[in-house]
Design a protein around this ligand. Structure first.
Ligand SMILES: [Zn+2]
Length: 641
């Protein structure tokens, strides 16, 4: 796991996910260890090779599914556009509602091909008023702002080495999205690559209604311009900030201050550029070709980004028949509603799941606290209040789009497409105007309670801590236990970093249990003859015990938790504990066993085996018997939470 400033800092704040620095060996010699098969003899050994299916077909990674699989998963898209939102209590379904509204307007009885042609013709209207190169650049800005096409430059809101961690609007050269980059097709295999690109461009112009000879001539024009653009590429260019005044001085013919301010929706004095030389030469590049050629190039840019091109790429049949098909509305929605689909998916598979999990964890804590024998009634009241009111800051590894302001009330599909495209660009700008809406870096897999709130970083919302398509048992045993671990830290009577709300009797009773836990963990071995220090690791062991116990109780509030369906041959309860083992098994690094240093976090095997021996449900789930190695009599199990 990548270490960085944040995760290092948070270790001192009571974090949980510092990588296990050492690999704890079981007390048995290695050869007998290999024989152990039952959960009750050594749960770590038992769990380590168990395969748990995680919900995605063919072991697909959730991250690649989100990037590539989702947009062509028509079965999923169909379920969300056709079924009305089931979970009305949650606020995250706006994207789904908008998607459904859009889908209804797409069912207006127009075929994909007819719609694609009409949208293309509408888009071409914006090139009508171009009379000089300044007009041409204004048209480019318009095409960008309305998400119609992205010719001659691309805009990203991103951060650079020199931007001091800030997200800043940045212009770079045009993305060409070709199988070959322009630089590549200028270099290797020039002839064959050129042939394919030219063929493809010619086909696009024909699709737009141009005659064959004209389409061929246009494709030659486009290629000539692409070659000139390719010559100005510089793959090693880095970002630098440029004042618009300086840019204007280099480029007197084009009104850059106005163009950039128009693009960003507010007046700005400077802009970040990647490959400044390109932008300085753009004006002379424009002058190398007549205006008519540039209009052809913009037409090509529109075509390349169009639904017409999408149909051309994937669905030749519908282009031939040009008739309305049953699936057309779905097809149109899948193309224009890409961002809405993505957000709906993120809401359904990430945000809603985590929200429900938090709600169940709070209920589980509240129910359990009322039953605790060691805690006095006044303390219970305070503890429950804390659980109910503690703010959670869940930093998702993706930006969250709300879509409240997206107006799709029209029954008119054309108006809706226009609204949706412009909205998507505005969303991009919003993230510049409101930088706090940026996603958390997803290389931080950490969480902590800082005395005020419980923070969960983006890295925890990914494997091996969270599996969006897996059954609840898996996610409660992983992310659920991690979040509950932090909630337990918050209520820990031995927490030193702030004044405690517990009275002396509570503290004494808890300290007695803590002593037992220290003894239990001090019997684990880190490596060879080095014993684990149960005192140093105490607060983490308390949090692991509380975390797993509470995650299990919260899981029992879910539908799966109340049923008894087996998956992969394991009961739901077994899966919770196996998932817990999976987290710490996957975080285990054998190399680090040699570099044991005292650390508040116990090593992997202790984290897996330590809590379960105190949880009755684990004994029941795996039918652990008195004769088993890990068995603790009921009255010796440590009940803290
Ligand atoms: Zn912790």
């Amino acid at each position: 796991m990548k270490q960085n400033l944040f995760s290092l800092t948070s270790i001192f704040l009571g974090c949980l996910l510092h990588l296990p620095p050492a690999f704890a060996q079981n007390r048995q010699p290695l050869d007998t260890q290999q024989q152990k098969q039952t959960a009750g003899d050594d749960f770590y050994q038992y769990a380590i090779d168990k395969k748990l299916s995680l919900g995605l077909p063919n072991g697909q990674n959730p991250n690649t599914y989100l990037q590539q699989g989702l947009q062509s998963d028509y079965a999923y898209i169909e379920t969300i556009v056709k079924k009305s939102s089931q979970n009305k209590a949650l606020n995250n379904n706006i994207a789904k509602q908008k998607l459904q509204e859009f889908y209804l307007s797409a069912k207006s009885g127009i075929s994909s091909y007819e719609l694609a042609r009409k949208i293309f013709q509408q888009d071409m209207q914006h090139l009508k008023g171009i009379n000089n190169y300044a007009d041409l650049m204004s048209a480019c800005v318009y095409l960008h702002k309305n998400n119609i096409a992205k010719p001659l430059f691309s805009l990203a809101i991103t951060k650079h080495n020199l931007s001091r961690g800030l997200y800043v609007p940045t212009l770079s050269t045009e993305e060409n999205n070709l199988a070959y980059s322009p630089v590549q097709f200028l270099q290797a295999n020039e002839k064959s690559a050129m042939f394919h690109v030219a063929q493809d461009i010619t086909a696009l112009f024909k699709l737009a209604g141009h005659a064959s000879s004209e389409s061929l001539a246009y494709s030659q024009t486009v290629l000539k311009i692409m070659q000139q653009l390719a010559r100005l590429e510089n793959p090693s260019a880095t970002a630098e900030k440029l004042s618009l005044k300086d840019w204007q001085a280099h480029s007197p013919q084009l009104p850059w201050p106005e163009l950039v301010s128009d693009l960003l929706g507010k007046p700005v004095d400077d802009i970040w550029l990647i490959n400044t030389a390109y932008f300085f030469k753009l004006e002379s590049l424009l002058n190398q070709f007549p205006l008519a050629d540039w209009k052809v190039y913009l037409e090509y840019a529109i075509l390349r980004n169009s639904f017409l091109n999408q149909l051309h790429q994937e669905d030749v049949a519908s282009l031939q028949t040009k008739k309305l098909k049953k699936s057309d509305a779905l097809h149109i929605t899948a193309f224009y509603g890409k961002d809405l689909i993505k957000q709906t998916y993120l809401n359904d598979f990430y945000i809603d799941k985590v929200d429900v999990m938090l709600r169940n964890l709070k209920i589980a804590f509240e129910q359990q606290i009322t039953t605790l024998e060691w805690m006095s009634a006044p303390s219970k009241k305070i503890a429950i209040h804390k659980i109910k009111t503690v703010p959670f800051s869940i930093l998702y590894p993706f930006s969250i789009k709300k879509y409240q302001d997206l107006n799709l009330h029209s029954k008119d599909i054309y108006e809706n497409i226009t609204a949706l495209r412009a909205y998507n660009f505005q969303e991009k700008l919003n993230s510049f105007h409101k930088p706090s809406e940026y996603p958390a870096p997803n290389d931080i897999a950490n969480g902590y309670f800082d005395g005020q709130e419980i923070k969960i970083f983006g890295g925890l919302l990914q494997a091996p801590y969270f599996y969006p398509h897996a059954d609840d048992a898996i996610n409660y045993g992983t992310l659920g236990a991690i979040i509950a671990h932090e909630m337990t830290h918050m209520l820990d009577p031995m927490r030193k970093s702030e004044p405690t709300f517990y009275n002396q009797t509570d503290q004494d009773a808890f300290a007695h249990k803590a002593k037992e836990l220290i003894d239990q963990y001090s019997n684990y071995y880190v490596i060879d003859s080095i014993r684990l220090d149960g005192a140093i690791t105490l607060s983490e062991n308390i949090a692991d015990l509380g975390g797993l116990s509470m995650a299990y109780k919260a899981f029992k509030l879910t539908k799966q938790g109340q049923g008894n369906r087996k998956i992969d041959g394991f009961t739901a309860d077994q899966r919770v504990f196996l998932a817990w083992a999976k987290v710490w098994k996957d975080s285990y690094i054998p190399e680090s066993a040699a570099s044991y240093k005292p650390d508040p976090h116990p090593p992997g095997t202790a984290r897996i085996n330590g809590p379960v021996v105190n949880i009755d449900a684990w004994y029941e789930a795996f039918q652990v018997k008195q004769a088993d190695n890990m068995y603790k009599p009921q009255d010796k199990r440590i009940k803290m939470w």
